[in-house]
Design a protein. Structure first.
Length: 155
């Protein structure tokens, strides 16, 4: 088992390195793309659950596990580039929501299309059967990791 664990670890490290270099080389950095993606995902969830369009910087801070000043600075940069906007809550003017602008949505969609095209090329090289097996094993691995974390047996 120990040998298999080591091989799995090396494989995971190689995969992480490959993924690090995999993200789209578009008009924005990987960290900017990640922040746009998180804003998009969390804002959509907030609309579904609360009927509120956008996400607060406090929520982003806790979701991304970064400091509030770091989120504020990153959001300000995105705002200067026209990718996000800040909107005051109508009921509580102290609360500010962040949401993507049409330009932010366009950039995110462009990156998504680019990423899917790259993934399609990988699936072509792997073949459908191996790709399906990778999906199955990845999901299983993720579920086990999540269960271990939830039961406080953090790896």
């Amino acid at each position: 088992m120990e040998q298999i664990g080591r091989e799995l670890f090396r494989s995971m490290m190689g995969l992480m390195q490959s993924l690090k270099d995999f993200s789209s080389a578009g008009p924005v950095t990987k960290s900017t793309m990640l922040l746009l993606f998180v804003i998009h995902q969390e804002a959509e969830q907030n609309v579904r659950e609360n009927g509120i369009e956008g996400v607060t910087s406090s929520h982003l801070s806790s979701t991304m596990e970064v400091t509030k000043p770091a989120v504020s600075k990153a959001v300000s940069c995105l705002e200067e580039r026209g990718f996000v906007e800040r909107v005051n809550d109508e009921l509580d003017r102290r609360r500010v929501y962040i949401r993507l602008t049409p330009e932010g949505e366009r950039i995110l969609e462009e990156a998504r299309r680019s990423m899917l095209a790259r993934i399609d090329r990988i699936v072509q090289k792997l073949g459908e059967q191996e790709a399906q097996e990778f999906i199955r094993l990845s999901r299983s691995f993720s579920q086990i990791c999540q269960q271990m974390q939830e039961s406080a047996n953090i790896y």
